[in-house]
Design a protein around this ligand. Structure first.
Ligand SMILES: Cc1ncc(COP(=O)(O)O)c(C=O)c1O
Length: 490
């Protein structure tokens, strides 16, 4: 058999996998060499017969790869004279230089410092934080409503909709807030979002100027702090005591333009903001021309007494932006939440949403509207509250009474998690590491503090436990495993 003629350019290193499309692989290999300069402009590609012989593939395959390169402008044919790489030299760079890229923008640099930890994946385990009892969600009902909507959607709802969100859903949210939370608002004040996190992030984008001071609870919900910091805010941590955010400290530090708070159930300590502090906070906003972002992420979960009215219900000056979410009643991946805005801000927020993403996807909004209108939502809230309460009871009843260096569990009247203090950071790490070895998730309270906190390190130590994520039996098993891991008896 005749040996193939030597090639005019170096094509060594091309390896084709016979199990994959050969023409595509050859096209990609040649394109890569053209783009990184190994095949220079003006170089003549081998004749298809020679290349086919060298790579032991059919000539047809080579021709298909050449045709693709030709169609995309990487090579040109000169009649009767072969195939040549086009002149791209001014934009072709060796790969290392391409990868370096331009200097990162301020926004990119801020994101490098302030970003969320990777989410915990997989089915929830005891004692994952932030996750409701979504094993109880009525998926069949949801599927039926969803099928009904998509079987014959109204054409009026399939174009570009209102950036503030589906009108019917906003009306139902307003009615729900009025009846269940004592918050009276007009649907025109509501903007539907992709969960509470996006609502907080919108507040950061629209209310914060680079360099503004923003007060956040310390310890607090770090993802909210990150959203404000990425918008250019200078975070000012404010202490939390038995009555919630320390409003005297907020006054003392001065200069804040916005305060982010979780009044119903402080995240992560679990304290409820007292009425006196609520009134002081509203007064602060009025006197300092400030804004309050009220994150009511788990306000539906209250186990005794009537819930205190949201701050937004007490606000007479249009200073409070109320954040609500369906993700703690349904499930986090639903990504559906809302903002209730002071009337003067509603239009600006809707405009911003229009620029970001036009509006939230219609299917989820429409199905949630039906879910609420047909009474499923209220029923589900009751079911979820009951489940969270009995899961809380399982944790409180089964928790070991004496754990060295760990305070007793507090009374838990609200929310989906609890927080318990530990004597030192070293002990906190030890307890968490031992739990993790037996497959139990515990969060470190020390992770919820701002990094420049003045609080002594050992006073930041504690454990944060979500109690709603798994049923009572799994909670019991986790507690047994913890006893073994920690060497405690009862
Ligand atoms: C305090 C707090 N706010 C907001 C959120 C985010 O809620 P969503 O899933 O609706 O974005 C969480 C989630 O855990 C939270 O803990």
């Amino acid at each position: 058999m005749a040996m193939p003629a030597p090639l005019p350019v170096d094509l060594s290193g091309i390896r084709l996998d016979p199990a994959q499309g050969l023409a595509r692989q050859l096209y990609q290999a040649l394109r890569e060499r053209i783009l990184d300069g190994r095949l220079a402009g003006g170089a003549r590609l081998p004749a298809s017969r020679d290349l086919a012989g060298l790579l032991a593939i059919s000539r047809n395959t080579v021709n298909r790869a050449f045709d693709q390169l030709y169609a995309e402008g990487y090579v040109e044919g000169r009649v009767g004279a072969g195939t040549y790489v086009v002149e791209l030299s001014s934009v072709v760079r060796p790969p290392a230089q391409v990868a370096a890229g331009p200097a990162p923008s301020v926004a990119l640099q801020r994101l490098q410092q302030h970003h969320l930890a990777a989410p915990l994946e997989g089915a929830p385990r005891a004692f994952r934080v932030g996750v409701p009892a979504f094993d109880l969600f009525p998926f069949e009902t949801w599927a039926r409503l969803s099928a009904r909507f998509w079987r014959k959607p109204s054409p009026a709802r399939l174009g570009y909709g209102d950036p503030a969100g589906d009108r019917q859903l906003r009306e139902l949210i307003a009615a729900y807030l009025r009846n269940s939370r004592g918050l009276h608002c007009d649907p025109a004040q509501i903007v539907v979002t992709c969960g509470a996190q996006q609502a907080i992030s919108l507040c950061a984008q629209l209310l914060v100027q680079p360099g503004d001071r923003v007060a956040v609870e310390n310890p607090g919900y770090r993802a909210a702090g990150h959203a404000f910091a990425v918008a250019g805010a200078e975070l000012q941590g404010i202490a939390v005591d038995g009555e919630g955010l320390d409003t005297a400290e907020l006054e003392r530090v001065g200069g804040c333009r916005l305060a982010y708070v979780t009044p119903s159930h402080q995240y992560p300590t679990g304290v409820t903001l007292s009425l006196a502090r609520r009134l002081e906070l509203l007064d602060w906003a009025e006197c300092h021309d400030g804004w309050i972002v009220e994150d009511d992420y788990d306000g539906e979960y209250r186990y005794s007494g009537t819930p205190l009215a949201p701050l937004a219900a007490l606000d007479r000056q249009g200073r409070v932006l109320y954040v609500g979410t369906f993700c703690k009643i349904a499930f986090p991946a639903l990504r559906l939440g809302y903002l209730v805005l002071p009337p003067q801000l509603a239009q600006a927020f809707a405009r911003r949403r229009a620029l970001d993403m036009r509006h939230s996807e219609i299917g989820t909004q429409a199905v949630m509207a039906e879910f609420i209108a047909a009474g499923h939502f209220q029923r589900h809230i009751r079911r979820m509250r009951g489940a969270a309460r009995s899961r809380r009871d399982a944790l409180l009843a089964g928790w070991p009474s004496e754990i060295a260096g760990c305070a007793p569990l507090p009374a838990v009247e609200a929310g989906l998690h609890l927080c318990v203090r530990v004597a030192s950071l070293a002990r906190e790490r030890e307890l968490i590491a031992a739990a993790s070895r037996v497959g139990v998730e515990l969060n470190a309270l020390s992770d919820y503090w701002l990094s420049d906190s003045s609080t002594a390190p050992d006073q930041r130590a504690g454990l944060v436990l979500g109690f709603a994520a798994v049923p009572e039996a799994a909670i019991g098993e986790a507690l047994r495993a913890l006893r073994g891991a920690w060497g405690v008896r009862d």
